[in-house]
Design a protein around this ligand. Structure first.
Ligand SMILES: Cc1cc2nc3c(=O)[nH]c(=O)nc-3n(C[C@H](O)[C@H](O)[C@H](O)COP(=O)(O)O)c2cc1C
Length: 200
């Protein structure tokens, strides 16, 4: 393992083939995730990101909820494909649920009306940074993860199942586990269309 951040960001990938053969403990993962919550930059240091960590039967429950919700809105033919996808997430070691506490955003909007339109956008951006921090730390420890978005379809059931406070809004789900199959090489758009550098 090479801990250099430059290598880390190249190594992090969306890993869909995951399994439940943990090489790290729940405690270790919890420590890393807590550190990300503490260190993640946020507008006005507002710290609006929230996380629920699911392991074992709780992790399975999330994917059962998702499967049931999808079954209600897809055809039988479509659902058999979807079901396999959901099973591939459930096959992992755990899932991280990312939320934004909208109460923090609303309080900031009242306190700083000049930036009222920006705070919801900034909260989403900060949550993306938080997701990337956790994703990278998992990758550093050879744990595969991907980013899923079954919200808002599953919001109500998730709220009930995991006692989610009313002001927390679900943003993303990150199933993770040991890497069964590494992802294929990634393709890139030409950099010359994506960056301008002015010098001298
Ligand atoms: C904001 C955001 C939303 C994403 N949503 C999903 C998603 O809903 N499902 C999924 O499988 N991957 C999702 N991804 C993962 C991307 O598809 C993936 O990052 C991209 O294809 C590049 O591959 P890599 O992660 O291996 O570098 C998302 C990524 C980002 C940054």
């Amino acid at each position: 393992m090479n801990n250099c951040f430059e290598n880390l960001i190249s190594q992090r990938r969306s890993v869909y083939n995951i399994s439940n053969n943990p090489t790290v403990s729940i405690e270790e993962i919890s420590v890393w995730v807590k550190e990300c919550l503490l260190q993640c930059p946020t507008p006005f240091n507002s710290q609006s990101g929230r996380i629920i960590l699911l392991f074992g039967k709780h992790h399975q429950k999330l994917w059962n909820i998702t499967s049931d919700a999808l079954q209600k809105i897809t055809s039988a033919e479509q659902f058999s494909k979807t079901k396999n996808k959901i099973l591939s997430f459930a096959a992992g070691f755990g899932t991280i649920l990312y939320f934004i506490d909208d109460k923090i955003t609303q309080d900031l909007q009242q306190q700083f009306p000049l930036y009222a339109d920006n705070f919801p956008v900034w909260a989403e951006q900060a949550n993306g940074i938080l997701q990337f921090m956790v994703w990278s730390i998992l990758s550093e420890h050879d744990i595969g993860a991907s980013l899923q978005h079954y919200n808002p379809l599953i919001d109500a059931d998730v709220k009930k199942a995991f006692s989610v406070p009313d002001s927390w809004r679900l943003i993303a789900q990150m199933p993770f586990g040991s890497i069964s199959i590494k992802p294929e090489a990634k393709t890139f758009l030409p950099l010359e269309n994506r960056i301008k550098i002015f010098k001298d």
